[in-house]
Design a protein around this ligand. Structure first.
Ligand code: PLP
Ligand code: COI
Length: 345
């Protein structure tokens, strides 16, 4: 087995309960190509490699979009994908913004079904807390050397089994506020899911990890007055008067998990406010969470600014626990899917 390409891990050898969020090559990925104005038929490919021009626009000019969603093994043994319709809508927004062709929803759902079905034995068993992470990728593969969009694109979906993104599940983590870097520009690409946003977060994230902070919090890039989001997840908080608040900002990614939690929060009787959140408001909140497909709901124990630290306690709060139990309960079929969020494989 090679650690570099994640090859060689057979489902029988995987330690489902201790997976972490690493890459394990699975049996296949699905791929289709856009050329002359149309998509080819999707194909399953049994190796985790791609051959393309060395002048492909994804390599030189970052013409690429990616997504992240999960398939779950449910209590009744079935496998369900969580809210795939939202990911294709978001990916197509990204595609429009960086001049790539859209992927029709029906074709995308067909690709999801094909690749998940072909890798069913890589879906972690019910009760292990793991899931099959689904990573759609849309890339410019056509050759250009001037800065202009490609004429050829590949759409790929790879799948890989995952566990918790941060060790410890609902154990709170400490967040460092990044004040000397921005992950997105005020009128830039923070609201779409392009690889460049993550490249911009690698160095600040490395510096934070060196100081033992597993998670970074970014402020609005224009004024550094408002909270934007974490490096790989949205920010939300429960105020001392029991409101769910979450930032509205042009430079953050619209998180599907956040949309889900907002609905669940309303369902359990909380008031939800999606609006600019001033950093000074941290004094008025009792629980803070990071939310996203990979991190699910991760409680934050401390938010550390250069001049000040806000402390929210070392245990996961009551409301965050309730939100986590609700979302994971729906995903694994333990609670009813009242909003029609699950897609059957
Ligand atoms: N914000 C960023 C920067 C992310 O990378 C992600 C992950 O996809 C999220 C937020 C959460 O979005 P979602 O809940 O759709 O996974
Ligand atoms: C996700 O949560 O799906 C993400 O895309 C975040 C990260 C792993 C890049």
């Amino acid at each position: 087995m090679s650690e570099i390409d994640g090859l060689g891990m057979k489902p029988a050898n995987l330690d489902w309960a201790n997976m972490g969020f690493g890459y394990v090559a699975t049996r296949s990925h699905v791929r289709m190509t856009w050329m002359d104005g149309r998509w080819s038929e999707p194909e399953l490919i049994n190796e985790p490699y791609i051959k393309m021009s060395i002048a492909a626009t994804c390599l030189h000019y970052g013409q690429e979009a990616f997504e992240g969603l999960k398939a779950f093994r449910c209590k009744d043994g079935s496998v369900k994908v969580f809210r795939p319709w939202e990911n294709i809508r978001r990916m197509n927004n990204t595609a429009d913004y960086i001049l790539m062709p859209q992927v029709p929803e029906e074709l995308y759902l067909k690709c999801i079904s094909m690749v998940v079905r072909d890798n069913l034995d890589y879906v972690p068993p019910y009760g292990t807390g793991g899931s099959l992470y689904i990573r759609p990728l849309l890339i410019g593969t056509g050759a250009q050397i001037g800065v202009s969009p490609a004429k050829m694109f590949d759409f790929i979906i790879l799948v890989t089994p995952v566990g918790a993104y941060y060790k410890g599940g609902l154990t709170p983590v400490e967040a460092l506020v990044i004040t000397d870097f921005d992950r997105a520009a005020p009128r830039g690409t923070g609201h779409i899911k392009v690889g460049g946003n993550y490249a911009a977060s690698l160095l600040p994230s490395k510096k934070a990890k060196e100081q033992h902070y597993p998670i970074t919090l970014f402020l609005d890039p224009e004024t550094h007055t408002y909270i934007d989001e974490f490096g790989t997840s949205n920010f939300f908080a429960i105020t001392k008067d029991n409101k769910y608040i979450t930032p509205k900002s042009r430079s953050i990614l619209p998180s599907i998990t956040n949309m889900t939690l907002q609905q669940i929060a309303k369902d359990i009787g909380l008031t939800v406010e999606c609006r600019p959140v001033n950093k000074a408001e941290l004094a008025d909140v009792k629980e803070v969470g990071a939310c996203g497909t990979a991190v699910v709901v991760t409680p934050i124990s401390k938010i550390v600014f250069p001049e000040k630290t806000y402390d929210f306690g070392e245990t996961c709060g009551e409301t965050l626990t309730k939100l986590y139990e609700n979302v994971t309960g729906i995903q694994t079929g333990e609670l009813p899917d009242r909003h029609g969020w699950l897609f059957d494989i």
